[in-house]
Design a protein around this ligand. Structure first.
Ligand code: MD3
Ligand code: FE
Length: 205
């Protein structure tokens, strides 16, 4: 399939319907142990419309005073994050050429109407490692540009079961989710969208 940009590889329909259903079941167990929380913007304290949780040895969190960061524990319960399901570790190994396992799997839940403004992902030390994104549920308009906020942007629809691998040349591009396309999937009974991003955070020893 065509690269969207250097280092930005779109892999449509990487998961079949049964794999998606199974993944959602695994995510429901993870969310029981690590409930969705509402992150807040650094300094302003403005809440995100996307709710999040994580699995893995590290999870991404954000709050007004502490800012964006990775930490080993859930910000509300204080418990360690649940493990990343083995099927996702295997998918990381198959779709990325990265020689070390992911440490974080950020789980974004978009209720109908939620969005994510243009941003860069730069809280990881391992910027040599790709990010692997998996979409589940309603389709979404994904917008991406260049390394400068003002660079020209393009948008594509991401559908349930699609993957995107974001590597080196695209690792610091601005990107976001403009909006969901309601009623485009029957995977989640109440609608909405889940995005998983698998990430290497620390530099391998
Ligand atoms: C491009 N998630 O969690 S996934 C995020 O659909 C995030 O929830 C969006 O942006 C979502 O940070 C987009 C595609 C994606 C993920 C990570 C990237 C694109 C990226 C990191 C760098 C550049
Ligand atoms: Fe991002």
């Amino acid at each position: 399939m065509p690269d969207l940009a250097p280092g930005l590889i779109y892999l449509p329909s990487i998961l079949d319907r049964d794999q998606q259903t199974h993944l959602v079941e695994e995510l429901r167990e993870i969310v029981k142990a690590a409930p969705l929380f509402t992150p807040h913007m650094p300094k302003t304290g403005k809440p995100f419309s996307v709710r999040m949780t994580n699995c893995g040895s590290l999870g991404w969190v954000s709050d007004r005073l502490g800012g964006y960061r990775y930490q080993p524990q859930h910000p509300v319960t204080g418990a360690d994050w649940p493990a990343i399901p083995p099927s996702l570790i295997a998918l990381w190994r198959e779709l990325t050429n990265y020689p070390h396992p992911p440490e974080a799997c950020l789980i974004n839940y978009y209720a109908p109407g939620a969005r994510m403004g243009l941003h860069q992902d730069r809280d990881e030390q391992a910027l040599d490692a790709p990010v692997l994104s998996l979409s589940l549920g309603d389709s979404a308009l994904f917008r991406y540009g260049g390394n400068q906020r003002n660079d020209r942007t393009k948008s594509i629809r991401l559908h349930s079961g699609d993957a995107v691998v974001i590597g080196r040349d695209s690792r610091l591009i601005f990107h976001g989710i403009e909006r969901l396309l309601p009623g485009t999937s029957t995977l989640l009974a109440d609608g909405g969208r889940i995005n998983l991003t698998l990430r290497r955070v620390t530099l391998p020893a």
